[in-house]
Write a protein that binds this ligand. Structure first.
Ligand code: URA
Length: 216
């Protein structure tokens, strides 16, 4: 079962040993980009397993080679995956292994150099009627980008109750900012780290998740 932090009731901190072992490899500065990308996808797979644990099931009549049976099948549309660019891209592959039919959307923000606020530069979402949304960003740092992404989703008619945020590392400052804006938002992470530093990096963290995946 995921661990809980009394400060953040909607945060689930996953503790599967195979996930935590991968997270340590991600944190290691010597892990090269190709291996890092592979590990991001694998770690996202574990977080995806937990995020989809409550998908609704129905029954379907099938025949095994031996006899007919009523067998469970997913009863709700496959969730929409939404990657926050660019670091969230690496998580898509892991989620698509679980949900091969999932549609995928992308949201991009850059940080305005003067105001330090995220500014949307790209938003493309496929049809999402009735689907839950799995929002993908490996790093929940200040929470600014996640709050902006939630606003993007709302502009596309997606209410917060349909959204789960999947990340790999979270800082308490980011969880606080996000849950102040969206108190009921379900957030899953592989680890809740100590703090943000003065440059808004998560400590101890893993560095810049985009640069480590794609170079930079
Ligand atoms: N984004 C990252 O990639 N790393 C951090 O530590 C904070 C934000």
């Amino acid at each position: 079962m995921p661990r809980r932090d009394p400060r953040f009731p909607t945060l689930e901190i996953l503790d599967h040993p195979l996930l935590l072992d991968r997270l340590t490899q991600l944190r290691d500065r010597h892990t090269e980009p190709a291996r890092f990308r592979h590990l991001v996808a694998e770690a996202a797979w574990f977080v995806g397993i937990e995020a989809t644990r409550d998908l609704a099931l129905g029954a379907r009549r099938i025949e095994t080679p031996l006899m007919p049976m009523e067998a469970p099948r997913l009863a709700e549309p496959t969730p929409l995956l939404v990657a926050i660019l660019c670091a969230g891209l690496g998580m898509v592959e892991g989620l698509l292994q679980l949900l091969p039919d999932a549609p995928v959307g992308h949201l991009g923000h850059y940080r305005d150099p003067a105001s330090h606020r995220p500014v949307a530069y790209y938003a493309r979402l496929p049809a999402h009627r009735g689907r839950r949304v799995l929002l993908l960003d490996p790093m929940l740092a200040t929470g600014g980008t996640a709050v902006a992404a939630m606003a993007d989703l709302a502009r596309h008619g997606i209410e917060p109750s349909r959204v789960t945020l999947l990340c790999l590392l979270a800082a308490p400052e980011g969880v606080l900012a996000l849950t102040q804006a969206y108190p009921d938002l379900r957030i899953l992470t592989a680890a809740l780290d100590e703090r943000l530093d003065e440059r808004a990096y998560i400590r101890p963290g893993l560095g810049d998740a985009g640069d480590r995946q794609f170079g930079g």
